[in-house]
Write a protein that binds this ligand. Sequence first.
Ligand SMILES: Cc1cc2nc3c(=O)[nH]c(=O)nc-3n(C[C@H](O)[C@H](O)[C@H](O)COP(=O)(O)OP(=O)(O)OC[C@H]3O[C@@H](n4cnc5c(N)ncnc54)[C@H](O)[C@@H]3O)c2cc1C
Length: 329
Amino acid sequence: MKEVETIVVGAGPAGTSCAWRLKKNGRDVLILDKERFPRTKLCAGWITDGVFDNLEFTPETYPQSIMKLKFKFHYKSFPIAIYLPFAYSYSIRRFEFDHWLLERSGADFETHQVKKIEQDAGGAYVLDGEYRCTYLVGAAGTACPVRTQLFQPFQSKDDLIVTLEKEFEYPQRDDFCHIFLFKHGLRGYSWYVPKGEGYVNVGLGGKGSFFRNSGKNIHHHFKSFLRDLVKLRLLDQATTEHLQQTGHPYYFCPVERTEQVKHDRCFLIGDSAGFASRDLGEGIGQAIESGFMAADEIMGAGTYAAGQIATTSIGIRPVDNFLMNRIHT
Ligand SMILES: Cc1cc2nc3c(=O)[nH]c(=O)nc-3n(C[C@H](O)[C@H](O)[C@H](O)COP(=O)(O)OP(=O)(O)OC[C@H]3O[C@@H](n4cnc5c(N)ncnc54)[C@H](O)[C@@H]3O)c2cc1C
């Protein structure tokens, strides 16, 4: 049996941030992930300055592909796109970003799909009869085994986000990030995100309950979205005919959290805790923040409190309220 002080289940941004902080402070930590890295992660890969600050790097020092994004917003069927010259963000490829974060964490890593979690008589956590630890961190996303076996299930199915997405090489990409808000009656938005090294990411997301109740499923909305991209000459017709988009569900941060994100010496962070913002469904920033907070509590240097994690991405109250009203009511 392998003995470690802390085991982190999941090597996304939540898990690697937690491990990075523990390792930096000389603590013993092992990350387990079911995938070999680098691995594909469905995500538009749009990050803000806050992510750079928290992870202590800059766009200039990031060694993988990165692109500064300017935005064009398309609202419902309004014929003109709105360009906000002051708004910017960055796109990264999760395939590269997550691998880089894992290597940079300095933590030990093993490819292992965690299935069974037990607590022994001394309160230590035993994973699949192979690993024993004092602290256990669940960072394995929506279906995290730490969540499903040691915590309550997600309370509100109404907070489920459903997505479809594809990232692919498309060298003649546009340099603007296009965001399509509430097009074709969608309770959510779709995106065209250019990436460095000639890649493009297109996708669409909305509330699961909206797709269930509206009579038009997410694939129907995705087809309308691809037609819009062809009309705007952002993609050519032939490309849209061969796209093999895939989906991934995760959870919006609840309005009022009733579920625990920690008990004993066990923590849930990132998507396993349901931290995606209620306005845009972004979760990378929150994954990192929650990872740090759990690490601090393990080291006796702070208290992990879910209420301190941001519930919106934009942070301008009237804009947040407008988006949340359109998505959630
Ligand atoms: C289509 C889409 C677009 C998005 N776009 C954005 C965006 O532009 N910006 C943004 O901020 N957020 C975005 N998000 C949300 C963001 O991707 C997530 O919030 C973020 O990845 C959460 O990080 P995490 O570390 O909690 O989980 P993840 O990144 O999902 O990592 C979880 C890890 O756990 C591993 N794992 C799962 N089960 C097990 C197991 N049993 N044993 C071991 N390992 C396991 C997985 O292999 C995975 O590597 C998007 C999400 C989707 C689906």
